[in-house]
Design a protein around this ligand. Structure first.
Ligand code: GUN
Ligand code: ZN
Length: 436
């Protein structure tokens, strides 16, 4: 066997844990190992078995740290790396005051290229190996993001935002150019290497009916592409949408009317849905994406995870940087835990870590490729240290079980807990290697 061995405490999920005692949902190997070659996981198991089958391979020893599938962030805005932490506004004012002016800067390909490298650097520093990203309206911004992700062999799902009204000069396309530019980007990037395209009408407020019609045409012409947009985040947004689309039964009815809904549709936020809208989400399979730090930061509202799931939706969890305030999926789980507590819902650490790995992969229909550490998966891996800070180390002195350790990471962890991130088998931080 050729390749490279990673040794450490191995945790991977096979199914969503149904409760704290559901040990059948995951595999945990105290002294585990992965064989990595050609960007893929070739074997996974106990270190003794792997080392016997693959003698002489170089070994990176990550013990006593935890090796897990790389995190997946299914809703993030690439042109908002310098919008994060902008003060004092809720959604529509925040967009107009901070976000739209900043996104106009991405018309400049040099700026977009510089930001793409810094953006992907932030993702991997925080343990995120796949993102579903909004670029700006400018095709050059999506081009820059895809090109930089390809350079790193990073699985990236992204799209140029389509927006043809209610936005400043320099940040609008037209129904026709939005269609043409998206189509050209799909031809250039969808399925190339690890890239996949997401058709990206920003939200109903910034798209005319003509543009949503064109987005629907793109979805029909490219059913294997994703569709991403925002839905029911903020009360003023919902009221303005109702004024702009007076014939729609409700907010989701707008997207439904233009044929945008399917299991490949990722609907950011979903905070204030009516029973009818929830029913349509479940029937069409459209995914609801929970963005905890953003929902708190913009004062948007509470995501009813249990209520939606009980009606049959598939829910993902994401950062929504720069409405979101951290690139860390661990911090996203931390704030998500608290938002669910406010509603009497409890996010168990086993479910939490399943959610940011295999769970988000399932929401994307990619669980055969990413989100787990089984042989045949792509070699996107995060290595975590639950003693990364003195406060975490102190707390860990009293942790006796794997779920307790995971919960400490879930609540106290951030990029400091990320010892290493592998993208397609390549470490993103410098490493020391020994031999078996
Ligand atoms: N709705 C439309 N655009 C955006 C955005 O950039 N961020 C968030 N949080 N909501 C939006
Ligand atoms: Zn968003």
């Amino acid at each position: 066997m050729t390749g490279h061995i990673l040794r450490g405490r191995l945790l991977t999920f096979h199914a969503e844990p149904q409760g704290p005692e559901d040990s059948g949902a995951y595999s945990y190997i105290e002294d585990g190992a992965l064989v990595i070659a050609g960007g893929m996981i070739r074997a996974a198991g106990a270190y003794a078995d792997i080392a016997a089958k693959a003698p002489g391979l170089p070994v990176t020893d990550h013990r006593p740290h935890l090796m897990m599938a790389g995190f997946i962030d299914p809703h993030i805005h690439f042109p908002q790396v310098q919008v994060i932490a902008s003060w004092g506004a809720q959604l529509l004012d925040w967009l107009n005051t901070y976000t739209f002016p900043e996104e106009t800067r991405f018309a400049d390909p040099a700026h977009a290229a510089r930001m793409a490298a810094l953006f992907l650097g932030q993702l991997t520093a925080h343990g995120t190996t796949t993102a579903v990203a909004y670029a700006s309206v400018h095709p050059a911004s999506a081009e820059a993001l895809f090109a930089e992700a390809a350079r790193r062999d990073m699985r990236m799902i992204a799209g140029k935002v389509m927006m043809d009204r209610n936005a400043p000069d320099g940040l609008r396309d037209t129904a026709q150019t939005g269609y043409d530019d998206s189509k050209a980007l799909i031809a250039r990037w969808h399925g190339k290497g690890r890239a996949l395209y997401a058709i990206t009408p920003r939200f109903a407020i910034t798209s005319t009916p003509e543009q949503l019609e064109m987005a629907g045409a793109l979805v029909a012409e490219h059913p294997d592409c994703y569709l991403q947009t925002h839905l029911s985040e903020n009360h003023d947004e919902i009221a303005l949408t109702a004024r702009l689309y007076p014939d729609a039964p409700d907010y989701l009815g707008v997207y439904e009317r233009y044929g945008l809904l399917s299991p490949r549709a990722l609907m950011g936020h979903c905070l204030h849905l009516s029973p009818r809208e929830i029913g349509v989400m479940a029937e069409t399979g459209a995914r609801a994406v929970f963005c905890p730090t953003s929902n708190l930061f913009l004062g948007s509202g509470l995501f009813d995870d249990a209520g939606l799931r009980a009606r049959g939706t598939v829910n993902a969890i994401a950062t929504d940087v720069g409405g979101g305030t951290s690139y860390s999926m661990l911090q996203t789980l931390n704030e998500g835990y608290k938002l669910l507590q406010l509603q009497g819902q409890r996010l168990h650490p086993l479910r939490a870590f399943h959610w940011i790995t295999r769970g988000n992969a399932v929401a994307l229909g990619l669980e055969d490729r990413i989100g787990t550490l089984v042989a045949g998966s792509e070699a996107d891996i995060v290595v975590l240290d639950a003693r990364a800070t003195p406060a975490m180390g102190l707390r860990m002195e009293r942790a006796e079980t794997l779920p307790e350790e995971l919960f400490i990471l879930q609540i106290m962890g951030d990029d400091r807990a990320v010892v290493q991130t592998y993208v397609a088998g390549v470490p993103q931080k410098s490493v020391v290697v020994s031999t078996t």
